[in-house]
Write a protein that binds this ligand. Structure first.
Ligand code: PMP
Length: 297
């Protein structure tokens, strides 16, 4: 599904066939979830294929490696150029890119001795689908900043996300909503969240969430459209039955939410602030408003 016999990935300094890439069974990432990754989208635009916010994603990957003390001997501009080459060699346009920095063999609980770099790409439609989502409040809390570095995109953090998503699906819902350790609304398993109340958007403040690149983009869009957006601690009771809500993330893009624990949001999605953001986001990723420096080869 993610690759076939012709798929090319960039792995440890070379473009090779995905089917021929080999890992080591003593790699630290495999045993302990100690590695970092990114999720990036590219779009077919009027200016050709564009990787959206490539610089921001690779800067976050560099930060994640620094935070985890994983060697990052790469130049981000080179990784961006390599990413475009991976797309080209696989004849991909609207695609999802997955850079992963994994660690070399080390069975001790000490910092990485060395790292591998993978950049893979595949075609991926709307990650959470096109329909409005029915969310379930998760019985799992989001990882906490006293135990993990939540601003880093670390492989092992996603065990929490898998538990939450699967629990929601097992109960017949589309996706989960997680609270932070103090009981405030945090985020989805793979996306940040906004809610609308009385014509204002609210989103959880940074601290217990992944600082999403899409979340920042949504805040920029709000600024441009003159929509008030406030970052604050949100209680679950403020969230339930609000006017409207949406998830945002690179894979999910901007996707409306129909209900939380079967309680519907008040406004029709078509009348919400979210749909305006969704349209503006689509315009932006399709390069209709890209600044010149973001348009590369
Ligand atoms: N929160 C979590 C837990 C995520 O995995 C993601 C996806 N990377 C996001 C938020 C959204 O981040 P971004 O907009 O940078 O993709």
């Amino acid at each position: 599904m993610y690759y076939n016999e012709n798929t090319i990935v960039y792995y440890n300094g070379a473009f090779i066939k995905a089917a021929e890439a080999r890992g080591n069974v003593y790699d630290q990432t495999l045993h302990y979830g100690y590695g970092v990754f990114e999720g990036i989208r590219s779009y077919a635009t009027e200016n050709g294929v564009q990787i959206f916010k490539a610089k921001e994603h690779f800067e976050r990957m560099e930060y994640s490696c620094e935070a985890m003390r994983i060697p990052y001997p790469y130049k981000n501009e080179e990784l961006i150029a390599i990413s475009y080459e991976v797309l080209k060699r696989n004849d991909l346009q609207d695609a999802y890119l997955r850079p992963l920095v994994s660690c070399t063999p080390n069975m001790s609980l000490t910092k990485a001795k060395g790292s591998h770099l993978l950049i893979a790409a595949w075609e991926w439609g709307a990650y959470l689908g096109e329909k409005l989502l029915r969310l379930k409040s998760s019985s799992y809390r989001r990882i906490t900043p006293v135990s993990f570095m939540v601003a880093a995109k670390v492989c092992g953090h996603y065990v929490n996300s898998i538990l939450a998503t699967q629990e929601a699906k097992d109960l017949g819902f589309d996706e989960a909503l997680l609270l932070d350790i103090d009981g405030f609304v945090a985020e989805g398993p793979g996306a940040n969240i906004f809610l609308e109340q009385d014509n204002v958007l609210y989103t959880p403040q940074l601290g217990s969430i992944l600082p999403g690149i899409t979340r920042s983009t949504v805040l920029e869009i709000c600024n441009e459209l003159g929509i008030t957006a406030i970052e604050k601690q949100i209680k679950p009771e403020e969230f339930k039955g609000a006017d409207s809500a949406f998830f945002c993330g690179t894979a999910a893009e901007v996707i409306g939410i129909e209900s939380l624990d079967t309680i519907p949001f008040k406004k029709d999605w078509k009348d919400s602030l979210g749909i305006r953001i969704q349209k503006a986001y689509k315009d932006l990723v399709l390069a209709k408003k890209f600044k010149q420096e973001e348009v590369s080869a």
